[in-house]
Design a binder for this molecule. Structure first.
Ligand SMILES: O=C(O)CCC(=O)C(=O)O
Length: 259
């Protein structure tokens, strides 16, 4: 784990070996196939985005309740425990043309601090042509930048006091991060990252989870977010409750095949 922690600290992202079994990944993919057949989700130019997937499909909830992912997040961060803030499905079907533009995840969180990580679990083998993640190494150390409109043209209206995220001058040093099915990437809330479209005939599905550390509080002024509407959080209060499961770092992540 120390090697992974060092790479994470230096680069702001690191790839991790699987902690879920092939059979578990099959179950998740089968559930997505059935879900999308039943009520085809809206497909935009950047693909399909489904907020809080674990609240919609019980097998994603089941994976969380086995605690391997939460324990892994806590282990990478070297903390006692973490809380799941949100999760998203990001699905680029064949022919998805739009890219997810360069951004920092924290720009969109109604939270007091960029403390935690995003965990990105590949549900398919993801090559560069399929729209894998790209990172600017070390960018997490450059502080918070202006939000970008990462899924459509135009500029967000909030936090214009921050310096712009000048990705055109940095893109040439991006690291491309293809990933095998079942493997994971974790990245820092301030790490600059993007993904291009999917030019292949294969599906590119990923489950992205945001884990935060115990000191993070609600700050609805920091960014617009769905939770600001249906949770009505009070600024400064703890992020807790049934929607926000907490995970101890002490439970050792299951080795491959264990969950
Ligand atoms: O999956 C993608 O294409 C983008 C994912 C992303 O930006 C994230 O999980 O933070």
């Amino acid at each position: 784990m120390e090697d992974f922690q060092q790479q994470y600290a230096a680069n702001g992202f690191v790839a991790l070996p699987p902690v879920l079994s092939d059979a578990t990944i099959d179950t998740l993919v089968d559930a997505l196939t059935a879900w999308s057949a039943q009520a085809p989700p809206a497909t935009k130019e950047y693909g399909i985005l489904q907020f809080n997937l674990h609240q919609q499909l019980s097998c994603f909830q089941d994976v969380l309740s086995k605690k391997a992912l939460g324990a892994l997040a806590a282990a990478v961060l070297g903390v006692e425990s973490v809380t799941l803030f949100q999760d998203n499905l990001i699905w680029k079907p064949p022919g998805t043309t739009g890219r997810v533009q360069w951004h920092q995840d924290y720009a969109y969180w109604p939270l007091s601090a960029p403390s935690g990580l995003t965990m990105w679990l590949a549900l398919d083998d993801v090559t560069e042509e399929m729209g894998c993640l790209h990172y600017i190494p070390g960018s997490h150390a450059e502080g918070e930048k202006q939000p970008t409109n990462f899924i459509s043209p135009g500029s967000p209206s909030w936090r214009q006091d921050l310096p712009p995220l000048e990705w055109p001058t940095q893109e040439h040093r991006a690291v491309v991060a293809p990933l095998q099915r079942g493997h994971l990437l974790v990245h820092h809330p301030l790490s600059w990252h993007m993904s291009p479209g999917n030019t292949t005939a294969r599906h590119r599905r990923a489950w992205s989870l945001t884990f935060i550390t115990d000191d993070v509080r609600w700050d609805p002024e920091h960014a617009p977010h769905p939770f600001n509407h249906f949770q009505s959080p009070v600024s400064g209060s703890a992020v807790e409750g049934p929607l926000f499961p907490r995970f101890s770092g002490r439970s050792t992540p299951h080795p491959t095949g264990g969950a």
